[in-house]
Structures are given as structure tokens and as C-alpha cells.
Design a protein around this ligand. Structure first.
Ligand SMILES: Cc1ncc(C[n+]2csc(CCOP(=O)(O)OP(=O)(O)O)c2C)c(N)n1
Ligand SMILES: [Mg+2]
Length: 355
């Protein structure tokens, strides 16, 4: 029988505040690893900030901003090996960059262009999941399959607080636990599901409490602390590889940006909490930590940001150089027996597009 471990109720934290909270360290992380984590954080931050500009310039479509989520994404991915599978939601759209996926691919996805569809096997990164929580059973199933084949890989699914109210999440969590699948259920609890606060989402004291019902260990971490996220995920990976089954990780932040470019949070969010979250955001927090440890100076910070900015410039140029997609793709593979109206709809679309 799976053993029910008590969820860690306090948020795990490694990075101090440079004042009363002392800095911790994560065993086994060398200086190179710490700087690699930094490059990943800066890459994701740059991707996100440039994407908002590209959206405003009409170069990509509606975009799900992940400003402030970088530590959850980079920290968890760095705890994996390349053979492990990542199942992202739209909030983690650019997580493939950490596996060497070109920025042009992710930008193409947000441009609605088929060049944005990658083969998941090329990066061990599944397609971006827009339906809330439906990728949790996918991750659980893939992880179980790896175990059945005697392979050592595990799978991680990233999803939000709102996803824990969805049936698919519960089916995936139960399945993973019953099968002792080597899966990590990584919940980015940013406090909001668009305009629905967590308090309207659940009566549970914490989201990690939900894991207990499935006989799954859980951890709660400060989601803006990349080292705490890394450490908690590494423990989950070790448990998964050791046959200990899945782990639920609740990483807590406060969403400091709109849900997406089409959202106006000023009508529902607490501006003071947003301000606090922005002041204590994860990239700056980690930069200060590295500077206190003598591992980062202005030159290295500038060099890292410039490299990420260049990658984005090349990425958007390549994405925009893609020839327009055939509109017929919108209709293909949708239905086995397409209705007769498809032909007329496609003709109308071609007429509108001038093709
Ligand atoms: C099955 C399903 N229902 C509704 C939606 C519409 N929707 C898009 S984002 C969202 C909120 C999800 O919130 P959360 O899980 O907390 O993730 P976050 O956006 O905060 O990362 C909803 C309800 C959807 N995409 N899929
Ligand atoms: Mg949320």
C-alpha cells in the first residue's frame, strides 16, 4: 500500500532575503549548475517580456504571460534529465527552450502557425496543453508506460491551481498513485484561475492536501525560489526513479501579471499583493543570491541578458520568415467524416485570406 505522508505545510525556501532570512544551499549544486539555472531563468524572462512586445506589435496572437513563473519552470526542469518527459500547460509554453527547442518554434505556436508544432519525441516535451488539466493523465500514463518497460525516465506535468478542480487532474493523480507511476504533478499555485481566486476554488487548506487523499507524498515550496523548487523536484524525481511513485508539488506564488494579453486583472486582483510579488520576483531574487555568493556581477548579468535577447531576435525573424500556412490545415484531421459545409467554409476562408 502507498504510504500517506503528511504534506509539508510550510513553504520550503532556500534563498534568503539578504537580511534576516539567511541563504541556504542545495547539496550537490556546483557553481556551473547555479549559473546554468540563472541562464534558464533569464532566457524564460526574456522570452516572456519580448512576447508581450511582439503581441502588441501584432506579431504573435493572444499570449499567456508567465512573468514570475520562471523559477517554477526552470527549477523543476533542471531537476530532470533529458530522458524525462515534460507535459506543459499554456503557462509553460516556452519550457521547451530549456531542452534546446528553437524560440522560433514556440513563437510560431503563438502565431498559430504549424511550424509551432514539434514532434514531442524530439525533446521529450509534450504538446502545449490548453484544456485545463487534461495532460495530467497523459503524464501519468506515459510515466506508467516507462515503468512497465523497465526504463528509468519519469514524467512531470505542470498545471495551475485551477486545474486541481478538474476531473482530469483527479483521474491522473489517482491513476499515477495506484500504479505507482514515476510522475511528478507540479502545481503552479499562482492564486488565480483567470479571475477565480483559490479561495473560491477549494475548501482544502492547501492544494497539497489533495495529494494525501490519493496516498501521494506532497511538498509545498515558495514558487519564487528557484532553488527550493529545484530541491523539491529533485527529491520527487529520486522517489519516482526509486519506485516510490508520484509526488505532488505545490509551488506558491501570486500572479503578478495578467492571465494573458487579453485579460484586465485590475478589475479583480489585489494591487498591493501584485506589487509585493513584483518586488520579490524570482529572477531578481536569484540574481541577488548569486551576487551575495560572489557568482554574478554586472558584466555576466548583461552578457546573459544580451545572449537571451539575441536568441529572441533570431527567433522572431525565423518565425516571421515561415511561408503562410495552408488554411486547409484548420480543417484537416478534425473529423473522420467532415461535413459537406467544410468545403464551402474553406473556400470562404481562402477568399478572406486572399489566397
Ligand atoms: C477544460 C477547460 N475549461 C476551461 C478553460 C478556460 N480556461 C483557460 S485558462 C483557465 C484558468 C486556469 O487556471 P489555473 O489552472 O490556475 O492556471 P493558470 O492560468 O493560473 O496558470 C480557464 C478556466 C480551459 N482552457 N479548459
Ligand atoms: Mg492559477
Amino acid at each position: 500500500m502507498a504510504q500517506v505522508l503528511p504534506a509539508e505545510r510550510d513553504l520550503r525556501r532556500v534563498i534568503g532575503d539578504g537580511d534576516t532570512i539567511p541563504d541556504g544551499e542545495v547539496a550537490g549544486l556546483a557553481e556551473d549548475d547555479l549559473l546554468a539555472l540563472y541562464r534558464s531563468l533569464v532566457l524564460l524572462r526574456t522570452y516572456d517580456e519580448r512576447s508581450i512586445v511582439y503581441h502588441r506589435q501584432g506579431r504573435i496572437g493572444t499570449y499567456a504571460i508567465f512573468w514570475g513563473h520562471e523559477a517554477m519552470q526552470a527549477g523543476s526542469v533542471h531537476a530532470l534529465e533529458d530522458e524525462d518527459w515534460i507535459f506543459p500547460s499554456y503557462r509553460e509554453s516556452a519550457i521547451g527552450l530549456l531542452r534546446g527547442m528553437p524560440a522560433a518554434t514556440v513563437l510560431s505556436w503563438w502565431r498559430g502557425h504549424p511550424a509551432g508544432w514539434w514532434n514531442p519525441e524530439d525533446y521529450n516535451v509534450a504538446s502545449i496543453c490548453v484544456p485545463i488539466g487534461t495532460h495530467v493523465p497523459h503524464a501519468a500514463g506515459l510515466a506508467w508506460g516507462k515503468r512497465l518497460r523497465g526504463e528509468r525516465a519519469c514524467a512531470i506535468a505542470h498545471f495551475g491551481d485551477g486545474a486541481t478542480s478538474e476531473g482530469a487532474f483527479h483521474e491522473g493523480a489517482n491513476f499515477a498513485a495506484v500504479m505507482q507511476a514515476p510522475a511528478i504533478l507540479f502545481c503552479n499555485n499562482n492564486g488565480w484561475a483567470i479571475s477565480t481566486p483559490v479561495s473560491a476554488q477549494t475548501r482544502a487548506q492547501t492544494l497539497a492536501d489533495k495529494a494525501v487523499g490519493y496516498g501521494m507524498p506532497a511538498a509545498r515550496v515558495d514558487g519564487a525560489d528557484v532553488l527550493a523548487v529545484y530541491e523539491a523536484t529533485r527529491e520527487a524525481v529520486e522517489r519516482a526513479r526509486g519506485g516510490g511513485g508520484p509526488t505532488f508539488i505545490e509551488a506558491v506564488t501570486y500572479r503578478a501579471a495578467p492571465h494573458a494579453t487579453a485579460d484586465d486583472p485590475s478589475v479583480y486582483i489585489d494591487p498591493e499583493l501584485v506589487e509585493q510579488a513584483r518586488a520579490d520576483e524570482c529572477v531578481g531574487r536569484y540574481e541577488r543570491y548569486l551576487r551575495r555568493r560572489g557568482l554574478l556581477d554586472d558584466d555576466l548579468a548583461e552578457e546573459t541578458r544580451a545572449a537571451a535577447a539575441e536568441l529572441m531576435r533570431t527567433g522572431i525573424t525565423a518565425a516571421e520568415a515561415e511561408p503562410p500556412a495552408d488554411p486547409a490545415l484548420l480543417f484537416e484531421h478534425a473529423l473522420v467524416d467532415p461535413p459537406a459545409s467544410y468545403a464551402a467554409d474553406l473556400a470562404e476562408l481562402r477568399r478572406i485570406l486572399g489566397g
